[in-house]
Ligand binder design. Structure first.
Ligand code: PLP
Ligand code: TYF
Length: 394
């Protein structure tokens, strides 16, 4: 049986990790995979997470199964974090999932159950795993225009034009904030216009929110998701705690499904539980428990928010430094968009050849589409990157 298997294409982002590791130059810079790194290149466990783990070790008396949904307290905490009071929580079902990816997968499964003929609309470009999972599941995929390659900003008119093709029963995947891979984001007003179009078409929105707190702030980054929740009759939200709690390997995500009425919620929640059971039964608990403890404890929460804010402001500072440095070196405002982008990533509009040349000549590793992880920089390496970009990018 196994001999019938065919090789699968590797994940380009993960492949880059190995290429970087094997580069012997000690001046090399890793701007590849989206993991937050501090100025020393480390990804420390956040203070509040460490404190919660200690508390948990001291107080946890059992490891017995929780519930198919995960601990309902986690779902409640995530509803408050992401949706706040934009919607009556009685309308929202929630399940713990293995990472944000698990939530996305379960959202597609839910959409497929509700409408086997569903087309999932994704931005061009989007996180490659979106398209990969959609295709693997045999669902239809259409992409909508999003990024203007010349200005490295959102081409909103083109986006709205392509979304005119959305049909009733389709699923439109939107990034809640900090678009991956471009760093270019819709304004709140534009999210509102997209919501109007989704209502007009009779489609459903799925928000992927994996970087809440990395852009303009915890509340600000959730504003678009909350606006959609307040305007749309239905909404799916796939949230990841990997980045904003720094618990990548604990695999902590949450799928929230907002029904049109609270009366519908038991069936929606029951379907979410059913989907967990079909895929892995009880979802992982450790990361979800830490998140719940932090969000429900004023002291832990304040410390987590303070550390997250340091992370966010550090990345914003690096963005500004890089934009300033490129302005000086190129004597132009061509790269000003880097300071306007938000989140971990910016796609800088270099060609694949230029990306390769920057890699070969300078040992600077960004993804082939010219996406760079801003958190891979520090104040000393920004000038090196700026020099490379100014020299190579025509
Ligand atoms: N969605 C986007 C856009 C991402 O960049 C990520 C990244 O890691 C995820 C979802 C899910 O992450 P995880 O499954 O590690 O929580
Ligand atoms: O886009 C990124 O770099 C992160 C991390 O298969 C990631 O989202 C990358 C590839 C992958 C899983 C996670």
């Amino acid at each position: 049986m196994l001999s019938t298997l065919k090789p699968r294409p590797a994940d380009k982002i993960l492949e880059l990790m190995a290429l970087y590791r094997d580069d012997p130059r000690d001046t090399k810079i890793d701007l590849g995979v989206g993991i937050y790194k501090n100025a020393d290149g480390e990804t420390p466990v956040m203070r509040a997470v460490k404190a919660a783990e200690k508390q948990l070790w001291e107080t946890e008396t059992t490891k017995k199964y929780t519930a198919l949904s995960g601990d309902p307290a986690y779902g409640d905490a995530m509803k408050s974090l992401v949706l706040a009071d934009s919607v009556d929580h009685a309308r929202v079902g929630a399940i713990a999932t293995p990472g944000g990816t698990g939530a996305i997968r379960q959202a597609f499964e839910l959409a497929k159950l509700a409408n086997p003929d569903v087309t999932v609309w994704t931005s061009n470009p989007t996180w490659p795993n979106h398209v990969s999972i959609i295709k693997f599941m045999g669902l239809k995929n259409e992409s909508y225009a999003y990024f203007d390659e010349a200005s490295c900003t959102v081409d909103f008119d083109a986006m709205m034009e392509s979304l005119k093709g959305v049909k009733a029963g389709d699923l439109v995947l939107l990034h809640g904030c900090c678009h991956n891979p471009t760093g270019a984001n819709l304004t709140l007003e534009q999210y509102g216009l997209v919501a109007d179009l989704i209502i007009e078409k009779g489609a459903t929105a799925l928000v992927d929110i994996a970087y809440q707190g990395f852009g303009d702030g915890l509340e600000e980054d959730a504003a678009a998701t909350r606006l959609l929740a307040s305007k749309l009759p239905e909404l799916l939200v796939a949230a990841s705690c990997s980045k904003n709690f720094g618990i990548y390997r604990e695999r902590t995500g949450c799928l929230m499904a907002m029904s049109e009425t609270a009366e519908q919620t038991p069936v929606t929640q029951g379907t979410l539980n059913f989907l967990n059971r079909q895929n892995y039964s009880f979802p992982p608990d450790h990361g979800a428990r830490l998140v719940t403890m932090i969000l429900n404890d004023d002291v832990l929460k304040a410390d987590w928010m303070a550390e997250l804010e340091e992370v966010r402001l550090g990345m914003l500072g690096l963005r500004q430094q890089l934009a300033d440095e490129l302005k000086r070196l190129t004597n132009s405002d061509r790269f000003d968009f880097i300071a306007g982008h938000r989140g971990m990533f910016s796609r800088i509009g270099a060609t694949p050849e230029e990306v390769m040349k920057i890699r070969e000549d300078f040992g600077i590793y960004m993804v082939g589409d010219s996406r760079m992880n801003i958190a891979g920089l520090n104040s000393k390496t920004v000038p090196l990157l700026a020099e490379a970009v100014a020299k190579i990018c025509k």
